[in-house]
Structures are given as C-alpha cells and as structure tokens.
Design a protein around this ligand. Structure first.
Ligand code: NAD
Ligand code: FES
Length: 284
C-alpha cells in the first residue's frame, strides 16, 4: 500500500500529493509517469511524476479532479493509502541520455500548459542541476490557475502567459512562444499540456524549424503495451504511448487522431461522474 504523506491544494480542483513509494522514487527519471489505483477494483489512472526524492522514498503527483476516479483521489487525505502505484513507466526525457557538455550548449524552451506544468518541473530541475537553465513558459486560463510558478522560478527562467491577461503575457502560450523564439532562438522545445495546446505549439515551432517534443497524455489501461488503449500515430506509424513514449517528435504526431481517441469515453466518463455524485448524495 502507498500512503499519502502530504496533500496541498495548488489551484481550484488541482492537488499535489506526496506518496510514499520508495521503489519508484529510487529509479524515477524526468519525463516518466506512474499508473495508480485507489483500490483493487479501481480504474487505472496514469499520472506524470512531478518530483521524486530517493532519499525519503517519496514521489510527488499532481491531480486535477476531472473524472470520477480523479475526484475520488482528490478527496483522499493524508494517512489514507493508494492500493497500487506502478512505475516509473515510459522512457525518460531524451536529454537525460545526452552528454552533459553537449547539453550545456543547448538553448531549451519548455511550453507548459495548465496542469501540464507539473511534469515540466522535474525536467527543468534536472537540467538546472546539470548546469542548464532553460526558459519555461507557464500558461493558464487565469492567474488563479497558475501552478508551480515559485518552484519553477528556482530552477528556470519563467515566463507567464494567461488567456485573460490577469498576469504576464495576455494570450495563449503560442503567442509568447513566438516572441521568445524570435528573440532568443532555441535548439529544442518541449511542450507539455492539453493535447490541443501541444498541437498548436508544434504548428508554431514548425514555422521556425525548431525541433519539438510533446509528452502525450493519452488514455491508458494496462500501461504495458498489451491493450492498445494508448495508441497514437507518429510519422504514419503506430506507437503505444505507455511503452514507446510518452515523449514523441511533436511535428510528426497526428494530434487530431490523438484528440479524437482521448474523447472516446466522454459519455461513459460523464455517466460515472453522475453515479459517483449520486452515491455521495446518498451517503454511500
Ligand atoms: P488549459 O485548458 O487551461 O490550457 C492551458 C494553456 O494551454 C492555456 O492557458 C493556453 O495558453 C494553452 N492552450 C490551450 N488551448 C490552446 C490552443 N488551442 N492553442 C494554443 N494554446 C492553447 O489547461 P488545463 O485545463 O490545465 O488542462 C488540463 C489538460 O492538460 C487536461 O486535458 C490534461 O489531460 C492535460 N495534461 C497533460 C499532461 C501531459 O503530460 N501532456 C499532463 C497533465 C495534464
Ligand atoms: Fe495499454 Fe499502452 S496502456 S498499450
């Protein structure tokens, strides 16, 4: 069992939880994820790792209460336990394998959207610890929904964008990305956030021939490459996000197909949310 050691509200409906999972903490690397279950009958929930500490055996996850299972997870408290916490899964970010000297010559731009800001943090932190200070755009609908701005500012140069202009650049992350690319030029862009954001970041960076990586948060079931739920098309070929990803060349990803597949179970998800609400209202 995997106890919740800490819980913090980051923004409306977005929580950070520190989980005691020593084996995952010991081998986690930036870019990887976990699949958790709340109990033995629970749905498997893939979540990107937002920090890890091998010394105390803890792993940080950030959850947005969107569906029935994530709402249940967000309602859990310190001391309660998750039934399973499988990971670290997927390949670490490409740059982890690069020689540090080569990496130090690179100018890297991260584009983080909404809850996707959390998985950018371990990547920016790892780079910072290896002598590379990246630029990070953090985008959110409004000021109150921005997360990880303080943590990120300690390890990267942070640029904020809000859709409503309540703070920072007024507009979507793609507008600010364009400005920074034209001003600074970069060798690599990494986009993590909603699928639609990653699609438009890829379209933007393509104009500048800027190599771009996207971390795909597809639906997942087994997380072992067996079920096919996380199938994506990249460069005309089929890949499984859980074992081949989660990071792919953003210029080759078929984002329209990925978005269609992501919405496949929306009706069932809505039904599950309504049933969960009824159970809570009936005190079950
Ligand atoms: P959001 O909808 O508020 O979007 C965040 C930012 O993305 C916006 O502020 C905007 O700047 C940008 N954006 C959105 N649509 C855009 C468009 N059409 N063109 C250009 N930029 C655009 O974000 P949210 O509500 O926090 O999103 C949650 C989503 O993030 C969920 O769908 C979740 O699954 C996903 N997510 C992805 C990852 C990942 O690994 N890729 C990790 C966690 C969460
Ligand atoms: Fe089943 Fe990836 S989640 S193949």
């Amino acid at each position: 069992m995997y106890p919740i050691l800490e819980k913090r509200l980051l923004a409306e409906n977005i929580y950070e939880m520190r989980i005691h999972a020593p084996r995952v903490a010991a081998s986690a690397q930036p870019g990887q994820f976990v699949i958790i279950r709340l109990d033995e009958y629970g749905e498997r929930i893939p979540l990107t790792i937002s920090d890890y500490d091998p010394a105390d055996g803890s792993v940080m996850i950030v959850i947005q209460a969107l569906g029935a299972s994530t709402q249940r997870l967000c309602a859990m408290n310190v001391g309660e336990e998750l039934s399973s916490f499988a990971g670290p899964l997927g390949h670490p970010s490409e740059f982890v394998k690069k020689p540090v000297e080569e990496l130090r010559k690179k100018r890297i731009l991260f584009v983080a959207g909404g809850v996707g800001t959390a998985p950018v943090y371990p990547q920016a932190k790892w780079l910072h610890e290896h002598g590379v200070t990246a630029d990070v755009i953090i985008g959110a609908k409004k000021k109150d929904l921005l997360i990880y701005t303080d943590e990120m500012s300690r390890v990267a140069n942070v640029h904020i964008a809000t859709d409503d202009g309540s703070t920072g650049y007024h507009g979507m992350v793609t507008g600010l990305a364009k400005e920074l690319i034209e001003k600074n030029g970069y060798d690599l862009c990494v986009a993590i956030g909603p699928m639609v954001m990653m699609k438009f970041v890829a379209l933007t960076t393509r104009e500048y021939n800027l190599p771009t990586v996207a971390s795909l948060n597809t639906l997942m079931v087994d997380g072992t490459g067996m079920c096919g739920a996380c199938r994506v098309t990249v460069g005309g070929k089929t890949y499984f996000t859980c074992v081949d990803g989660p990071e792919f060349d953003a210029h080759a990803v078929d984002f329209d197909e990925a978005m269609r597949r992501q919405g496949m179970y929306r009706t069932q998800e809505q039904k599950a949310i309504e049933e969960a609400k009824k159970r809570i209202d009936n005190g079950q």
